[in-house]
Write a protein that binds this ligand. Sequence first.
Ligand SMILES: *Cc1c(COP(=O)(O)O)cnc(C)c1O
Length: 521
Amino acid sequence: MPLNTQGRPTRMAENLSTGGYADTFSGSRGLDQSEPLIFERGRTDNTGVDLPEPKGIKTRLGGLDRTAAIGLPGLAEPEAMRHYVRLSRKNYAIDLGLYPLGSCTMKHNPRLNEKMARLPGLADIHPMQPQQTVEGAIELMGELAHWLMTLTNTPCVALSPKAGAHGELCGMMAIRAALDARGETKRRRVLVPESAHGTNPATAVQCGFTTDEIPADATGRVDLEALKAKLGDDVAGIMLTNPNTCGLFERDIKEIADLIHESGGYFYCDGANFNAIVGRVRPGDLGIDAMHINLHKTFSTPHGGGGPGSGPTVFSEALAPYAPVPRVEQTSEGWRLIEQEADADGEPFGRMTAFHGQMGMFSRALTYMLSHGSDGLKQASEDAVLNANYILARLKHVMTPAFDGTCMHEALFDDRFLKDTGVTTLDFAKAMIDEGYHPMTMYFPLVVHGAMLIEPTETESKSGLDRFCDVLEALAEAAKAGEADRFRSAPVHAPTKRLDETLAARNPVLRWTPPVATAAE
Ligand SMILES: *Cc1c(COP(=O)(O)O)cnc(C)c1O
């Protein structure tokens, strides 16, 4: 079959002859409209606006004006609108259905947040405006900082980091600055549990540390004896996630903190899963020295296609002097943003961003906090944990939980229940797409074979969870009943089938080029 440069069939008849690419003449399936790239749909001689040809305009571009056609696709106005609406219908979204991805945490973005973030007094301000004209915005940052420090029981927070990974960088840079200030330039080894998120070792290395892996014990938690054996006077600290990426609470966390502190190191806590414990546990009480809080995972701000995230980092008394600028301060004359290192107390290690961080996310997160109140935040984390345990309890007779006992906010299964069925974790996930569900997180954490990590979050109702569990139960039973073909051919009911992800990663086609004419044409 002749394909164009985008790997699409060049003629509909050929699509049909392959029997499977399209089962209708149009390629659409009822309300599921097929939609090519905008370059394939639009024509360069077409336009959505109707302007008379300008006459007698003298160019002032000194000969630099374009002479060739710009080559952008032109569409009539309704065509342009339909193009994007049709694309949007190919998306899976929280407004459409349950989103079981784990290690991703809360996905609900209340509409109230959006309304508040769009208030002109917050949305239309500029970072270069004089501080006296944006006191309200600075107060909002101060209020958010107060909530974050209260919920974590820490004395200091840097609001500026723009993602969880950026917050990790901020925390580890403060640890490095503190060690340097102590003259301990030999402490360069950072302990990282083997189940850690990849950003943890990456951050440590970025800051000039080496990493040393701590194995997990049979219960999926840090092996305390192995940790003790790794301590020494070259240890800068530990990076630990709690609840960890297996969805389990690290029960020995206080002992771990004490051991690290006694050996002269610092405790970096990855707070990506803070949404499971907000209002129940204050990480400061557990002995952490620095922790990032993903506002997009714990305080309902959108994850948003690669940004804008926000990862404020809280600091203990020991690290607070090294926290970066800017800092928000309440003075007798009102709120102030301390922007210069020389104006700040302590020895700030520098700054993470040009300005103050993600203002739009600060407004959304504070809206969420104020609309829930401290009791509501506590209930949200309790409900998240309850929902995950409901799934674990409902599915453990057909799927295999990776560890014994209850979980925190996410239920982790491995692929033992698929043994000898010819169905893999990937096949199982693809079959979920045909059932109208986004797959769960697959093959993460790496320490669990064929991992399936399900995080229902606090917003799902019991009836919604039941429908989801009914489907997973039916799929698990179908796999065990020998229906491997149904899994291997899945997804059948999706705009695109299985992609060659390796080829896509190795040889990404990022630029559209006109279709290659076939010999017949
Ligand atoms: C998401 C996540 C991160 C990174 O956060 P980003 O905001 O995506 O940079 C770090 N650690 C864990 C455990 C996570 O789940």
